[in-house]
Design a protein around this ligand. Structure first.
Ligand code: SF4
Ligand code: SF4
Length: 257
């Protein structure tokens, strides 16, 4: 067994990490491309490290920052978000662009709490790229081995790591991603209100709809179902959500015919 000095891993003075460290990786893979690529890697018998555990999601855009934080707080050393290549998303909402935005923001959050942004990776793998999937898991495993265990490599003890992840969680709860209905575009078709799983949308057939932010789960369904011709639902990244307009002013601005 080899021991690495502090300089190699960037750990605190006097801390030593053993080189036989096997990182735990959690992969959130989209059903249509990256998961199918992983499946192909398996049936094609491409060799790759067994460090990854996979959760299949219907779209990489479904991966919420809270899922990633949960993975880290449950002991993952790295998280992989895998989706279809850009512009190949199987949904009209282009969920992989959403995932890319989210990961970019999450990298900043990791830096903010003193963790390496290299612990979160986003990659595009098509259903026919089993070889690519095997290579990227091998590469990510190598990268995490070089980095070291979560927290220790960043010079944090378990308690400090817990506190830092809690701080990140409270930031995420304040929402990296929010949804907002533009009052001048909403045509009160009520589709979003009916589909919202959290009953977070208020409105009627004659009234501009509003999202009650405290109830909103951030699932993005309202954005997906709002008819394109209206395009009333907006996704807001990190910025504050504009206040809801008063109920008396929620008059639908119908286009003139
Ligand atoms: S993001 Fe999801 S929970 Fe929030 S208002 Fe839209 S549909 Fe409802
Ligand atoms: S689906 Fe769009 S247009 Fe219809 S009520 Fe909701 S926000 Fe308004």
């Amino acid at each position: 067994m080899t021991e690495l000095g502090t300089a190699n891993l960037g750990v605190g003075q006097g801390m030593v990490v053993r080189y036989d460290f096997e990182p735990k990786i959690l992969g959130f893979l989209c059903n249509w491309c990256c998961y199918a690529g992983a499946d192909l890697a398996g049936v094609s018998r491409y060799q790759y490290p067994t460090n990854i555990r996979i959760i299949r999601v219907m779209c990489s855009g479904r991966v919420d920052p809270a899922f990633i934080l949960r993975a880290f707080s449950k002991g993952a050393d790295g998280v992989l978000v895998g989706g279809c290549h850009l512009d190949d998303c199987h949904y009209v909402t282009e969920g992989n662009y959403r995932a890319l935005d989210m990961v970019g923001l999450f990298h900043k959050l990791l830096v903010q709490v003193g963790l390496s942004p290299k612990r979160l990776r986003i990659e595009w793998v098509s259903a026919s790229e089993g070889n690519r999937f095997a290579e990227l898991v091998s590469d990510f495993t190598r990268q995490l081995k070089a980095l070291g265990p979560l927290g220790i490599a960043e010079g944090k003890g378990p308690e400090q790591l817990r506190l830092d992840l809690e701080a990140a969680e409270s930031y995420v709860r304040k929402k990296l991603i929010s949804y907002y209905i533009a009052p001048d575009k909403c045509q009160a078709c009520m589709i979003c209100l009916r589909k919202c799983p959290a009953k977070a949308i208020l409105g009627s057939k004659d009234q501009v709809h509003v999202i009650v932010q405290e109830k909103c789960l951030g699932c993005g369904i309202c954005l997906q179902v709002c008819p394109h011709r209206f395009g009333a639902v907006r996704r807001i990244l990190a910025d504050p959500v504009p206040p809801s307009i008063p109920e008396k002013d929620r008059v639908v601005a119908r286009p003139r015919t």
